[in-house]
Ligand binder design. Structure first.
Ligand code: GLU
Length: 303
């Protein structure tokens, strides 16, 4: 199979396959994006990168950042994180407050907002400088030293993040926050505002397909932690549609409301796709169509 031909075909197919869906509009920075952009990048474990469409245009990674903070938190403090957050799919919207109250302040998983806020708090407590650690990881693994935050998106996240503020205060009231509400929130908004391209994301996530081995051959994460992150991506990575995504695509993946999805094929490659139009669950419609096509044509689903 010629991988370049495949990604070219998929780029041509994905836009047409998913003309519907709406761009996230809770902040101006996201709503201004051209809804018909589409990019795909496949980073093979052997080092080749295949791209098509808008694969080099940076976009807001939003919730995909939760994956990288989880990796850093597990690397820094190991399994102690799991006393503060569970590992089950939530079955509720990503920003729900209700479940947190009924489950005594322990979020269902690290990819819903409450769980991601706990991960960021845990990392602030155990590692200190989260922003530098995260930037270092993303820049080193992707090879792109320009990766940074979109200041307009960051400012808007801070202005409109009432629900995230409520979740963080609630975590504090339940005794599941170690740092200050303000610092945790600021760090969380900052990580959501990072801009990366499909190429950057596919490369940055490569350690998840290589059993924890980083771009330079050193260990980013222990193999057992990578196995666990991939499992949590499979069960919780696609908002409230992880089951349907596993059925259609069959890969661990994490999405964000900026329209990006990072998917992992352990032992082979990572695939990043970007299409800003979102389906009803908040996942990129074109991105899911593209990944469905990719695993159907390659047979590289994990199932
Ligand atoms: N900044 C968004 C929020 O926390 C991220 C949403 C997402 O990508 O899931 O509401």
């Amino acid at each position: 199979m010629d991988m370049q031909t495949l990604v070219d075909d998929i780029a041509a197919y994905a836009g047409a396959a998913a003309p519907a869906g709406t761009v996230a509009d809770y902040i101006p920075g996201l709503s201004r994006v051209d809804p018909d952009r589409f990019g795909i990048a496949v980073a093979m474990n052997s080092g080749e990168v295949y791209t098509a469409g808008d694969a080099d245009i940076p976009f807001s990674i939003q919730s995909i950042s939760k994956l990288f903070t989880l990796a850093l938190a597990l690397d820094e403090d190991g399994d102690r994180l799991w006393t503060r957050v569970h590992r089950e799919p939530s079955g509720t919207p990503f920003n729900s407050l209700v479940q947190l109250e009924t489950e005594a302040g322990i979020p269902r998983n690290p990819f819903i907002n409450a769980g991601a806020l706990v991960v960021t708090d845990h990392l602030l407590d155990t590692a200190g400088d989260v922003r530098m650690r995260l930037l270092n990881l993303l820049r080193t693994e992707s090879g792109n030293s320009e990766i940074s935050v979109d200041p307009a998106v960051f400012a808007s996240e801070r202005e409109t993040g009432h629900r995230n503020a409520a979740l963080t205060h609630f975590l504090a009231s339940m005794g599941n926050l170690r740092g200050s509400v303000l610092e945790v929130l600021e760090t969380y908004f900052w990580q959501c505002s990072l801009e990366m391209s499909c190429r950057d994301l596919a490369l940055a996530g490569g350690f998840l397909a290589r059993g924890g081995v980083g771009a330079d051959g050193g260990a980013v994460l222990a193999p057992r932690q990578v196995k666990r992150i991939n499992a949590i991506m499979l069960t919780c990575g696609m908002y409230d549609a992880a089951g349907d995504f596993a059925y259609r695509v069959g890969l661990p993946a994490k999405s964000g409301v900026g329209g990006g999805i990072l998917a992992v094929i352990p032992g082979r490659c990572t695939i990043a796709v970007w299409g800003p139009r979102l389906d009803r669950s908040g996942n990129s419609a074109a991105g899911i169509a593209a990944l469905d096509e990719f695993t159907s044509r390659t047979g590289w689903s994990i199932f």
